[in-house]
Design a binder for this molecule. Structure first.
Ligand code: SUG
Length: 459
């Protein structure tokens, strides 16, 4: 029955790490990506760490799902750049003549599903459906390859058009072919808050849209690194999804933070329910942003501000404290699921302990998880998941194979062990067998998850 108000908290859809996970140093402004450029990656460990994180969150009592990886190397991208012949020949020629392009076409970056799309639950959308706008990711060439597959994948996981609207990405360029107004990186720059800890997809929420700069040129902008999200893109998404303007708050990421490696807002703040955990230097005009949020929430907002005394912006980028998952548990309290890198930092430990000790703060549990392989490319626990608040009826309309169960978890672990390489260096991206291995693995995965054929190579 449609519209029945039974509570389901959000579902966290984790990106499964793809078989080509590697360190090519492709993301300017992402300190970890640059630092680990050329190092040996461990694809099997990376994927198993991701599956273990999803399992740990599921075992906390939080609904959990998966989004499959993309096909990489992406041969159609190489062909679009003029390489021709059979698929192996295309990879070999690209490796010889355009190794940087091959690295871009081989990145497993779709694992960071916080950048897959921006999601609006049905309670907030004009037409009562759950809306997704696929992110165009136009700021980084290796990520700009993702949107068409993301669209196909999300439409396969959320097929019922009477409940789900999966929109194409905003146009990446303007009429003249120059960069258009819309740079969009998805949910990494969007936080939905509600009046209390328990509200999921049924009650209306308030939307904090963070942007790096205005495409129109007005206002401050970072000097060193790119501002990936534009205000214009965030506004277009809110309008497209039919969110009431009174439920939207616009906040500019601090340009100085972007210049220190805060390339997405989820590197410096995280929210859940009525709680916002943020660094004191997250936003331009931060007091105004927090006042607007509190007003939109009817005075219910609880802010946990972390000061530079405990954690500098650089520390935030090193430890990824704010890239933790802040989750409502079945008992109504919250847990903070942090990357293992947070454990060793004294200031982070102090800030987290102060939060746990505050009786008025609903965060009662702190958990550290190992997602080291992803962290070394600048992706923490929160980057690896797309939050989708749903009603029970909407949950029932999700392709069941993409929802977590102990059996599917075990099957996925076995699948990773069967197909993934232990190690990979960027030079090995030239190996045509990697293409075959990847396709064999993904072909099997679509059967395991029950998505049907979603990849170009399956056509
Ligand atoms: O877009 N890294 C990703 C990390 C994305 C993290 N996501 C969130 N913060 N939500 C990026 O910079 C590195 C790939 C490489 O260098 O090979 C990369 O794409």
């Amino acid at each position: 029955m449609r519209g029945r108000l039974r509570r389901v908290p959000e579902v966290n859809f984790d990106g499964i790490v793809g078989p080509t996970h590697n360190y090519a140093g492709l993301s300017r402004g992402n300190v970890a990506s640059a630092r680990h450029r050329g190092e040996t990656s461990r694809p099997r460990d990376a994927a198993l760490q991701g599956l273990a994180k999803a399992a740990a969150v599921a075992r906390l009592g939080v609904a959990q799902g998966w989004i499959p990886p993309q096909e990489r190397p992406h041969v159609p991208t190489l062909r679009a750049h003029g390489f021709s012949g059979d698929d192996h020949g295309v990879v070999a020629a690209a490796a010889r003549d355009a190794p940087h392009l091959l690295a871009q076409a081989s990145s497993a970056s779709a694992m960071w599903t916080a950048n897959a799309a921006t999601v609006t639950p049905s309670a907030d959308a004009g037409d009562g459906r759950v809306h997704f706008t696929v992110a165009n990711l136009r700021a980084m060439p290796h990520r700009a390859i993702e949107p068409p597959q993301t669209l196909r994948t999300l439409r396969a996981i959320f097929p019922d058009e009477s409940r789900f609207a999966v929109h194409e990405a905003l146009p990446a360029s303007g009429a003249s072919g120059a960069p258009g107004p819309f740079g969009d990186e998805g949910a990494a720059n969007h936080t939905r808050l509600t009046r209390d800890a328990r509200s999921g997809g049924e009650v209306p929420g308030v939307h904090l849209f963070a942007f790096g700069a205005q495409a129109g040129g007005a206002g401050p902008r970072p000097a060193r690194y790119p501002a990936r999200q534009t205000l214009e893109a965030s506004r277009a998404i809110a309008a497209r999804h039919g969110i009431a303007p009174a439920r939207c708050v616009w906040a500019q990421q601090h340009p100085a933070a972007i210049d220190q490696g805060v390339f997405h807002n989820d590197v410096i703040s995280v929210g859940n329910g009525h709680v916002l955990l943020a660094h004191e230097h997250a936003f331009v005009d931060q007091h105004r942003v927090l006042d607007d949020l509190d007003a939109a929430l009817g005075g219910a907002l609880r802010v946990v501000t972390v000061s530079s005394r405990d954690v500098t912006v650089r520390d935030a980028v090193e430890t990824y404290l704010f890239n933790s998952q802040l989750l409502t548990l079945p008992d109504g309290t919250m847990a903070l699921v942090m990357p293992g890198e947070c454990a060793a930092h004294a200031g982070v430990a102090r800030a987290v302990q102060a939060m746990l000790d505050d009786p008025a703060c609903p965060v009662k549990r702190a958990v550290h998880l190992d997602v080291r392989e992803s962290m070394r490319n600048g992706g923490g626990p929160a980057c690896l998941r797309l939050r989708v608040p749903l009603t029970t009826d909407e949950l029932a309309a999700v392709v069941p194979g993409c929802l977590w169960s102990p059996d599917r978890h075990a099957a996925l672990e076995a699948w990773v062990r069967r197909h993934y390489r232990e190690t990979l260096v960027p030079a090995e991206l030239a190996d045509p067998r990697l293409l075959d291995e990847s396709r064999t693995a993904l072909d099997e995965l679509t059967r395991l998850l029950g998505t049907g054929p979603i990849y170009e190579f399956q056509r």
